[in-house]
Design a protein. Structure first.
Length: 296
């Protein structure tokens, strides 16, 4: 391939739970392809987002946050997704909080393959008022590994995100693009619809609802430009069901409205969405159900 050829490759975005990996992916791609909330462990799947720059195609993979606190079937599948992804990428972006590095970051750093270049992204830099402390953290991080680059960013504000992409692009091999110029993800609309419902569920209910709640798309049909979608929210207990439904169905209605608006923005068309809530106790520790719902 000639020296003038562009670059293309896969890049894993890794980090402990709730450091802003999904927000960073969405900002890098310029579209809402990975759900976000303040609830840890929101991301359960390997989400692929595609960024097309003039001289490079960066194929980012947003992974679930690696953790060892829980050991049910769902978390085992999520951790397996992280380690499996790391073995097959051209570069890695390790995301940490700009004001703190703790033992969970050390645990994840130890999992990163020695032969894969790593860019360290110190996220949420907009929240750091003491620049001297940030400089100290950068110096401490630099001593932990020979990082290809260290880039302070704010995924939420967009600060330094283009600079981060430019540093990552330098690490990719010269290659033809793997996806089309208009592609933003390899995930289906059906998958994205389920994720958007789950995002609104977690955003609206926060700590009231365990993260093991799940969303399954029952039907996804095209009626001209209208998308007709029926989905079921599965919770672990009857008490959780009443929380999701809310008084006179108000909470479920709001979840549906916000999810529908998000889908319309992402899909660029009208959406008709119907939601139900059902109880399925213990699903997160059932290997068969975890695989059936696409987590394995």
């Amino acid at each position: 391939m000639s020296e003038s050829a562009g670059r293309a490759g896969t890049v894993a975005i890794v980090g402990r739970p709730n450091v802003g990996k999904s927000t960073l992916l969405n900002r890098l791609v310029g579209a809402h392809v990975s759900i976000t909330s303040r609830k840890a462990q929101t991301t359960r799947h390997r989400i692929l987002g595609i960024r097309n720059d003039p001289q490079a195609q960066l194929v980012f993979v947003d992974t679930p946050g690696f953790q060892k606190r829980f050991n049910n079937a769902l978390n085992r599948a999520m951790n397996k997704s992280v380690t499996g992804t790391l073995a097959s990428v051209d570069a890695i972006v390790l995301v940490v909080e700009a004001w703190d590095w703790d033992e969970r970051d050390d645990l994840l750093l130890a999992l990163l393959p020695a032969g894969v270049p790593v860019v360290l992204a110190l996220n949420k830099v907009d929240r750091v008022k003491d620049r001297a402390k940030l400089a100290q953290l950068l110096a401490a991080c630099a001593a932990k590994r020979d990082f290809a680059a260290l880039v302070p960013v704010s995924a939420e504000k967009g600060t330094q995100v283009d600079a981060l992409a430019a540093e990552v692009a330098k690490l990719l091999p010269q290659a033809e693009p793997m996806y089309g110029p208009d592609d933003i993800t390899d995930r289906s609309e059906r998958f994205l619809a389920a994720e958007l419902v789950r995002e609104k569920l977690f955003r609206l209910l926060g700590d009231e609802l365990p993260y093991t709640s799940a969303v399954v798309i029952d039907t996804f049909e095209m009626d001209g430009d209208l998308r007709r979608i029926q989905a079921t929210i599965f919770v672990d207990r009857e008490g959780h069901k009443s929380i999701v439904i809310g008084e006179k169905g108000a909470t479920l209605k709001r979840i549906g409205t916000e999810a529908r608006l998000g889908m319309q923005d992402l899909f660029g068309s009208k959406v008709f969405l119907e939601l139900w809530v059902k109880v399925k106790s213990g699903w997160a520790d059932n290997e068969a159900i975890v695989r059936e719902w696409g987590h394995g």
